[in-house]
Design a protein around this ligand. Structure first.
Ligand SMILES: [Zn+2]
Length: 340
């Protein structure tokens, strides 16, 4: 039975495997609250974005370009913890219980990164004890100078022992076929270190989906939605058991799909591709994980199908086996109570 969006997502375990850290948008929110001022007006930013930039690559290129506060304030450890806690508490407040946060730049290399991330997690767990969070590093072979890339790679391998959960690979050009040689070589090192591997691909076109799928150790793809245009790519995702991290509102805002109704999420499910829901850049996009599950419900997904998306997420999560077992048990409990 299809339920209304509100009903379907109430008390539904929700997970988000694809959230960017959005450093300055969260720092701005933290500082705005402390200073008693309104935060930056992202709704107005989105209106200008849609009015001024054509859908697709040009609009997508605007992600991260608006910095409401200077990134320098991030150097303060206490503010860093507060802005990570802001990401996690926003997720928990909207009903989420598992989140993976992707950190670009050299953020994972900062002193005590894992300790600070766990401090933020513990802070949010005071109000939301069910919340669990893991950090990922974004690595962009070819887009970072070789010496910085090498330092980043070494840092990720070292941090694997401290709890870094995984790596998100991005290769450029993003909307046409890139050379994945270096990414594949680095992925082997990451996989050997025990890091989970995902990659951004297939957000704007079918380009890079096959190359991403050929990445050693890769089990997930961020977006990958244009695979729906090529049955061979759909088969590849199924054969290799790759989970797609689907960001409905993000895809609609940046115009990589024409509308929510045109989003291939349901077609992937019907074809047997494993999918999950994601907010991607929640502050800039203006969404929450709760809103993403409601959007999926509005596409006709049943409560059980929504629960299946969370199960896919937890099965594909880059977390410890103990946390995975706990989270799967929570999904089982929710399934039983929904059946009553
Ligand atoms: Zn992304």
């Amino acid at each position: 039975m299809a339920l209304s969006p509100e009903h379907s997502t109430a008390a539904l375990p929700m997970a988000d495997l694809h959230v960017h850290q959005e450093p300055t948008p969260h720092l701005d929110r933290v500082l705005a609250q402390r200073e008693g001022r309104p935060p930056y007006d992202w709704a107005a930013w989105r209106r200008r974005l849609v009015a001024e930039f054509p859908p697709g690559p040009e609009r997508l290129a605007q992600v991260g370009t608006m910095r409401p506060v200077p990134l320098e304030v991030d150097a303060d450890d206490e503010l860093f913890v507060a802005r990570v806690a802001d990401v996690l508490s926003e997720h928990a407040r909207s009903g989420g219980s598992y989140i993976e946060v992707r950190c670009g730049g050299d953020v994972v290399l900062r002193n005590g990164f894992m300790e600070l991330f766990r401090r933020a997690e513990r802070q949010v767990q005071v109000d939301f004890p069910a919340l669990r969070a893991e950090p990922l590093a974004i690595v962009m072979p070819g887009a970072e100078p070789p010496s910085e890339l090498a330092a980043k790679v070494d840092g990720c391998v070292r941090l694997a022992g401290e709890g870094l959960a995984g790596v998100d690979l991005m290769c450029f050009p993003y909307h046409s076929e890139a050379d994945w040689t270096v990414a594949h070589r680095l992925a082997g090192r990451f996989a050997d270190a025990g890091l989970g591997i995902t990659a951004h691909a297939g957000e704007l076109s079918t380009a890079n989906i096959a190359a991403a799928a050929a990445t050693p150790g890769l089990t997930r793809i961020g977006h990958g939605i244009h695979a729906i245009k090529d049955p061979a790519l759909v088969d590849l995702l199924i054969d290799q058991d790759i989970t797609l991290e689907c960001a409905l509102s993000c895809n609609v805002l940046f115009g990589v799909v024409q509308s929510l109704a045109e989003h291939p999420l349901v077609r992937f499910i019907d074809a047997g591709v494993k999918v999950t829901l994601a907010t991607d850049d929640p502050v800039q996009v203006g969404t929450t994980i709760g809103a993403e599950y409601a959007a999926a419900a509005s596409l006709g997904l049943t409560h059980n199908q929504l629960l299946g998306l969370t199960r896919n997420a937890i099965e594909a999560a880059f977390t410890t086996e103990q946390r995975r077992a706990e989270l799967l048990a929570e999904i089982d409990a929710a399934a039983v109570s929904a059946a009553r």
